[in-house]
Write a protein that binds this ligand. Structure first.
Ligand code: FAD
Length: 276
């Protein structure tokens, strides 16, 4: 496969899972030669140590790693100290986000957005990091509308973002339309589609409701019919997402970013299908 790939992890919850992530999951996915692994960050600093530890584990194992960092409720001094530490560890790419509200926090915790984080990082570290931001072909659920969301995306780009990764989606037309609207708005950075393999309907529905990703009605019905047969659901999901990726590549996707959920099986099969 000529299209570059990257793989996203979340910080493992305990030492056993931590050891397994690098020795088992990253080593298998590493054989697909990803550009980098990224590691999510719990807004409010809830996974700060876990994110840093996972990034360090990946770097120590010889993989390029990119931490996610969120502005949500961390103060600027705290963020700058994390950046300084990451630069010393050899990190060159940061995924810069507003972050999602941890449960139990009041709405007032999010007075800042990702644009503020991009501005802060550029002001203090100039071009030291490649900055990746999030983009939403199906529109972010908090946005007042599609046009406003695109305008806020453009502001992140104008503040200094180098590339973007999208929220996942299962309708390639949404990506095509988003690329066209972005180009018309004068946005020229690479917009990499985020890809969520389908392995469990219940989890997928829960995530999708939270992040505003649409599961097309026909797809939900097919998955519902398969949900009691895990192997059949995964097989269907692999074939469906492989075809989606093929279409995204045809539409000009510069790379593919997989939300792996710390698992290697479905992502590996999809990448192998794309390489065949
Ligand atoms: P923003 O770009 O700040 O946008 C958030 C909302 O505010 C949007 O509705 C936007 O339209 C609106 N907005 C933006 N600027 C303004 C403005 N100036 N005035 C008014 N409204 C504005 N979440 C985590 O907690 N941890 C992670 O590690 C993580 N990784 C992610 C990785 C990717 C690739 C993606 C796509 C999402 C990730 N998320 C993560 C989820 C993300 O944090 C949420 O979607 C969050 O709600 C928005 O983050 P953002 O960076 O897109 O925010």
């Amino acid at each position: 496969m000529n299209t570059p790939v990257s793989f996203e992890f979340f910080p493992p919850r305990d030492e056993t899972a931590r050891a397994r992530l690098v020795s088992n999951v990253a080593s298998r996915l590493g054989s697909l030669k990803p550009e980098y692994f990224s590691v999510t960050y719990g807004a409010g600093g809830s996974t700060r140590d876990g994110t840093r530890q996972t990034v360090c584990d990946l770097l120590a194992a010889g993989y390029p790693a990119a931490p996610h960092l969120s502005m949500g409720s961390d103060d600027a001094a705290d963020i700058l100290s994390q950046l300084h530490d990451y630069a010393n560890q050899g990190v060159r790419r940061i995924v810069a986000l507003r972050g999602d509200q941890p449960s139990g926090y009041g709405a007032s915790r999010f007075e800042r957005n990702a644009e503020n984080l991009v501005t802060l990082i550029r002001q203090h570290t100039e071009q030291q990091f490649h900055l990746v931001v999030a983009a939403y072909p199906e529109t972010h659920p908090d946005a007042p509308g599609a046009a406003a969301d695109l305008e806020f995306f453009k502001r992140k780009v104008d503040a200094g973002a180098d590339s973007a990764i999208t929220q996942y989606f299962y309708n390639a037309d949404a990506y095509e339309d988003f690329l066209e609207r972005s180009a018309r708005a004068g946005i020229s950075i690479p917009i990499v589609p985020g890809v969520m393999p389908i392995t469990n309907l219940e989890n997928l529905v829960r995530f999708s409701e939270r992040c505003g990703a649409d599961i097309p009605r026909w797809l939900r019905y097919v998955l519902t019919d398969l949900q009691d047969d895990e192997a059949a659901l995964v097989d269907f999901g692999v074939e469906f997402v492989s075809k989606l990726c093929e279409r995204l590549i045809t539409l000009g996707a510069p790379a593919l970013h997989f939300y792996t959920m710390n698992r290697w099986g479905a992502t590996t099969r999809i990448c192998q299908n794309l390489a065949a």
